[in-house]
Design a protein around this ligand. Structure first.
Ligand SMILES: NC(=O)c1ccc[n+]([C@@H]2O[C@H](COP(=O)([O-])OP(=O)(O)OC[C@H]3O[C@@H](n4cnc5c(N)ncnc54)[C@H](OP(=O)(O)O)[C@@H]3O)[C@@H](O)[C@H]2O)c1
Length: 233
C-alpha cells in the first residue's frame, strides 16, 4: 500500500468524532465519516450513508449494534477490513460480524484500552490465587447517554473469570467516560481493582492502532488478545 491507509469512520458520535480527529496523527488518511444526520456539527468530510463512501482501506465503526451489523455487511461486500468498538450486540448481530470475517479481517474489542485489557488478562490469575472462597462482584460506571448495560467491558471482564453468575452493578452518572471495578471479598479483607478511562482519546488511539495492525492480517475474526499480543505496526 502506497502512502497513508485510507480510513472511513462509521458513526459520528462521541467516539467517531475523536477517531476522525486523531486519524492523521495515527498516520491514516481520513476519507470520510459516515454521519447519517449530516448535521454539519463536525468539520470533517462526511457522507450520509455507507453507500456514499468512496474507496477506503479500512473502516472503523463506533455506532450502535444495528450500525455495526450494517458496517459488517458493507465491509464483507466491499472487501474492506473492519474494526468495531460498538457494544451491546446480541447473538444474531455477532453472527453478522462473523460472516464478514469469512471474507475480510474483522477486529472487535469492547474496550481499546491497554490498561483495561491487562486487567482482563490478570483476573483469572487473581481468582486462582484467591480461591473459590472469594466473593467476586463487578461495577461499571458510565455517562448517562450510554445505551447498553452492563457495559461490554464489564461483560468481557466477567467472561475472563469464566463465571456468568457473577453480579455486575451498572451505574449511569453525569459524563463519566468509563470506570470499571472488580471486587474480591474474603474474610477480613477486600481486594478491589479499578480502571478509570480519563478521556475518549484512549479508546480512539487504540482503535486507530488496531486498524493499522488489522491491515496486515488475513480474513478472520480477531479480538484484543490477538491485536495486543502482536508487536503491531
Ligand atoms: N470499544 C471501546 O473501547 C469503546 C469505547 C467507548 C464507547 N464504545 C461504544 O461505542 C459505541 C458508540 O459510542 P459513542 O459514545 O460514540 O455513542 P454516540 O455518541 O451515541 O454515537 C453513536 C453514533 O453512531 C450513529 N449510529 C447509531 N446507529 C447507527 C446506524 N444504525 N447506522 C449508522 N450510524 C448509526 C449515531 O448516529 P445518530 O446520531 O444518527 O443516531 C451516532 O452518530 C457504543 O456502543 C459504545 O458503547 C466502545
Amino acid at each position: 500500500m502506497d502512502g497513508a491507509p485510507r480510513l472511513a469512520v462509521h458513526g459520528a458520535g462521541r467516539m467517531g468524532a475523536r477517531v476522525a480527529a486523531m486519524a492523521a496523527d495515527a498516520g491514516m488518511a481520513l476519507v470520510a465519516v459516515v454521519d447519517r444526520q449530516q448535521s454539519g456539527a463536525l468539520r470533517l468530510p462526511r457522507v450520509g450513508s455507507l453507500a456514499g463512501l468512496p474507496a477506503v482501506d479500512v473502516l472503523i465503526d463506533f455506532s450502535l449494534p444495528d450500525g455495526a451489523v450494517a458496517a459488517a455487511h458493507w465491509c464483507g461486500a466491499h472487501g474492506v477490513p473492519l474494526v468495531s468498538g460498538t457494544t451491546g450486540l446480541h447473538a444474531a448481530q455477532w453472527e453478522a460480524l462473523e460472516q464478514a470475517a469469512a471474507k475480510v479481517p474483522v477486529l472487535h474489542a469492547s474496550n481499546f484500552s491497554p490498561g483495561l485489557n491487562a486487567l482482563r488478562l490478570l483476573l483469572p490469575r487473581l481468582q486462582q490465587l484467591l480461591g473459590t472462597e472469594a466473593k467476586v462482584s463487578l461495577l461499571d460506571v458510565h455517562h448517562v447517554h450510554k445505551q447498553d448495560a452492563p457495559s461490554g467491558t464489564a461483560l468481557a471482564l466477567r467472561a475472563s473469570l469464566g463465571r456468568e453468575d457473577l453480579p455486575i452493578e451498572s451505574r449511569r452518572e453525569g459524563e463519566v467516560v468509563g470506570d470499571h471495578s472488580v471486587r474480591f471479598e474474603l474474610p477480613h479483607e477486600t481486594l478491589t481493582l479499578q480502571h478509570q478511562a480519563q478521556d475518549r482519546d484512549l479508546f480512539a488511539a487504540g482503535a486507530l492502532r488496531a486498524a493499522r495492525w488489522l491491515l496486515q492480517q488475513p480474513a478472520g475474526f480477531y479480538g484484543p488478545d490477538q491485536w495486543l499480543g502482536s508487536k503491531g505496526p
